[in-house]
Design a protein around this ligand. Structure first.
Ligand SMILES: [Cu+2]
Length: 157
């Protein structure tokens, strides 16, 4: 009987350590997912869009750029209102990333899995990733938005 109990304890212990290994593996998978392929809709002539894609790639994202004739169609398709719109629209892991959002904010969005449609940097603030112009850096906010059009400050820069 003692032998059997010891064996059970060992099995429980083994199962627990396997759980920790599994949890560790899940974190690794999560990291990979955070760097899932991002699709970026942009116009073919948009230079700052290309620069933003380079910024994302430099931060570990796999990016697929798609050139479209009319970005208004994309904004309508994804329900991006004028007050949060920017030059390019990206989709990753079911989220919308609109405009010159820093890679760190996208990573946080994918990690926290907040119940929002996406995040945006409205317009094209100077100094945001892809909008570098010498030493000038304007302050700007990354906003989160939901289906109802509620906006919240996601991160201040
Ligand atoms: Cu731009």
């Amino acid at each position: 009987m003692m032998m059997k109990m010891k064996k059970t304890t060992m099995i429980v212990g083994l199962a627990l350590s396997l759980c920790f290994v599994a949890a560790g593996t899940m974190w690794t998978f999560h990291d990979v997912k955070a760097e899932a392929t991002m699709t970026v809709y942009k116009s073919a002539t948009c230079g700052c869009c290309k620069k933003w894609i380079t910024h994302m790639e430099e931060n570990g994202f796999k990016v697929k750029g798609i050139d479209v004739q009319n970005m208004d169609v994309i904004k309508q398709k994804f329900g991006i209102s004028r007050n949060i719109a920017s030059c390019h629209t990206a989709i990753i892991d079911g989220y919308i990333v609109e405009g010159h959002v820093p890679a760190t904010d996208v990573k946080r969005l994918l990690a926290e899995k907040k119940d929002v449609l996406g995040i945006s940097v409205p317009g094209m603030p100077v100094g945001s990733p892809g909008m570098e112009m010498g030493d000038r850096v304007d302050r700007y906010d990354v906003l989160s938005f939901d289906k109802e059009g509620h906006l919240e400050i996601w991160q201040q820069h």
